[in-house]
Design a protein around this ligand. Structure first.
Ligand code: NAD
Length: 245
């Protein structure tokens, strides 16, 4: 099976680093963005200029038809079915539980959980047919432990862990592996809203003494995607500098 990866939400941040790393490791990469079509197209063009195979597709993962069409587009452009899906697209907002607006609650589940559901259902028929494939879901340490003002986000990220474990059991007989990466605090646009002071104290609270980088998470994804990880399924790989030890 040709090495074709599709990474949701990959025009920036962790998703972008995953796309770059997988391309380096010989994967043809389907890049997906919600709004930043220029950034996504530029990333694909830069990769092609380096002799890699890449194509970019704009789609909201919460929209089943749109993300399915994006995946079909990537398969056509890259010349085969997706054999590695990285469910990275995600959103976060901090709210006191009592103040969570209902439309935000619906939207964060639609993106963080339904998005993975839609993308997995789009790639599964070909993976089952090939009796091979790999799915990596990007959860969070907040899916593993509690955090004040993060109830909605934590609930979506815990849902991804439950999805990973059960789907891994269901798909193991089909030769398909399903794993999760649970990042700690990673320095991307998503955490910039916390402000420099909070980020500095989070770095201090991290036993390894720094915030994570998108490349730290890309490395964990590449490890799980590698053929040498073929006995690893249903796992949550925490990459957090020791934050929740
Ligand atoms: P980010 O905000 O830079 O990137 C998120 C990406 O997802 C963006 O490109 C965004 O456009 C895309 N996206 C959002 N909604 C989408 C949608 N509906 N359809 C398609 N794409 C969509 O943040 P990041 O830190 O790179 O986050 C990547 C993933 O890692 C997220 O799932 C996030 O929850 C998770 N994560 C991040 C951290 C962290 O500290 N940064 C920690 C744990 C987990």
């Amino acid at each position: 099976m040709k090495k074709i990866a599709f990474i949701t939400g990959s025009s920036r941040g962790i998703g972008r680093a995953v796309a770059l790393r997988l391309a380096e490791e010989g994967w043809a990469v389907g890049i997906n963005c919600l709004r930043s079509a220029d950034l996504a197209r530029q990333l694909a063009a830069d990769l092609r200029a380096q002799g890699r195979e890449a194509a970019a597709f704009q789609a909201d993962v919460a929209d089943r038809a749109a993300i399915t069409a994006a995946i079909r587009g990537a398969e056509e452009a890259l010349g085969g079915p997706v054999s590695l899906l990285v469910n990275n697209a995600g959103m976060a907002e901090q709210h006191l539980f009592q103040d969570i607006p209902e439309d935000f609650w619906r939207r964060i589940f639609a993106v963080n959980v339904d998005g993975a559901f839609h993308a997995i259902q789009a790639v599964l028929p070909a993976m089952i047919h090939e009796k091979a494939g790999c799915i990596v879901n990007i959860s969070s340490i907040w899916g593993q432990r509690g955090a004040s003002c993060e109830v909605a986000y934590s609930a979506t990220k815990a849902a991804l862990i439950g999805l990973t474990r059960s789907l891994a059991m269901e798909l193991a007989p089909s030769g398909i592996r399903v794993n999760c990466v649970a990042p700690g605090v990673i320095h991307t646009d998503m955490v910039e809203v916390l402000g420099q002071e909070t980020l500095a104290s989070l770095a201090q609270e991290t036993p390894l003494g720094r915030l994570g980088t998108p490349e730290d998470i890309a490395h964990a994804v590449a490890f799980l995607a590698d053929g040498r990880s073929s006995f690893i399924t249903g796992q949550v790989l925490t990459a957090d500098g020791g934050f929740i030890l």
